[in-house]
Design a protein around this ligand. Structure first.
Ligand SMILES: [Zn+2]
Length: 343
């Protein structure tokens, strides 16, 4: 692989997808601006400035292969850093999650990768498919990155795992705040995400096997699963809808400290989880239209879903649905319901 080619054109993602063998051997090189570039595997690249300013930032995208807008945003940012159009002042690690699924234009090849973190990749049947192997490698990349940061005296960790949702959302951009085991929710993080165009937050109430929970729980990172809109094929995203998140991420990486608008709780819609509904029977079905958006709400007593032996109702007035998917594997989560709260 020609380092010169990477420096000139910055096509790290397309090389990772088209010629992954280029990156089977880890490599490192330094840019003219003093930034150390480390590539440890296809789709895994980090930037360490000569004098890093304290933040260790992880930006992951493509954990679901067809969620293209965040992949394009991160690809552009990597290109800007490699070609020195932009200089990082903090350490930043980019993870392009599921490269084979990107090529297929699918969410995943064999298994939903965002259920495979915090060691789930190796439990049950073990490392039997590429998603499981990759989830383990992504965990390792995060662990190595933060431990290196530690040895450099870095003081702050964050991880934004960027997605787009299968369905539309009443609130187009929203973020899931992983369970914090009783530690306070941080309004500064809501402020940051609000600057990214996200005004809706879902507070998780239990450990999960998502990527963001892994970084939050294992490394104390400010971590979120961020849903930036609706899935569209590569090149077909209206990038104008992503200007705020793009600009804010560029600023996060390149500015010592971000200047954010003051926190105003009235700007934010914050929800907590009320019910987690798993599919347990073959005949599980949802009792609302396929195109009902995330955060659509229902009156108390409304039948939300049913299957042999069980009916699931809205328990509170205004209870809203998130991530409905009747086609998940038996035993997996088919629907979350949420109710408004404040932090
Ligand atoms: Zn996703």
């Amino acid at each position: 692989m020609s380092v010169e080619l990477l420096r000139k054109h910055g096509q790290f993602l397309s090389l990772s997808r088209q010629s992954p063998a280029h990156f089977d051997t880890p490599q490192a090189f330094t840019l003219d601006n003093g930034t150390l570039v480390e590539i440890t595997a296809p789709g895994i690249i980090s930037f360490t400035p000569g004098t890093p300013k304290g933040k260790d930032i992880v930006l992951s995208s493509g954990v679901h292969g067809n969620e293209t807008a965040p992949i394009e945003i991160c690809d552009e940012l990597v290109q800007a850093l490699l070609t020195q159009q932009l200089t990082a002042c903090h350490r930043v690690l980019f993870l392009f999650g599921n490269l084979p699924a990107m090529d297929l234009g699918e969410r995943f090849v064999e298994e939903n990768m965002n259920r495979l973190f915090s060691g789930a990749h190796s439990s049950g049947p073990g490392l039997i498919n590429q998603e499981r192997v990759r989830a383990k490698a992504l965990e390792q990349a995060v662990a190595d990155f933060y431990r290196q940061g530690d040895s450099l005296g870095q003081s702050y960790r964050c991880h934004y795992d960027l997605h787009t949702a299968i369905r539309g959302s009443k609130n187009e951009k929203f973020a899931v705040y992983p369970f914090r085991h009783g530690q306070p929710w941080k309004t500064t993080q809501l402020q940051f995400l609000y600057a990214c165009g996200v005004n809706t937050f879902l507070l998780s109430n239990s450990p999960t096997t998502t990527f963001s929970y892994y970084s939050s729980h294992q490394f104390g990172a400010d971590a979120f699963t961020v849903e930036l809109g609706k899935v569209a094929p590569f090149g077909q995203n209206e990038m104008g809808r992503f200007t705020q998140v793009r600009d804010t991420l560029w600023a996060l990486v390149s500015q010592p400290a971000l200047i954010l608008p003051e926190y105003n709780p009235d700007d934010m819609l914050v929800y907590k989880i009320n019910q987690i509904i798993n599919r347990t029977q073959e005949d599980f079905r949802l009792n609302f239209p396929d195109d009902a958006p995330n955060f659509a709400d229902f009156p108390k007593g409304y039948l939300l879903a049913e299957e042999t032996g069980a009916q699931y109702f809205a328990e509170q007035e205004g209870e809203a649905i998130v991530f409905p998917n009747a086609k998940v594997a038996i035993g997996q989560r088919a629907l979350l319901t949420v109710v408004p709260t404040r932090i």
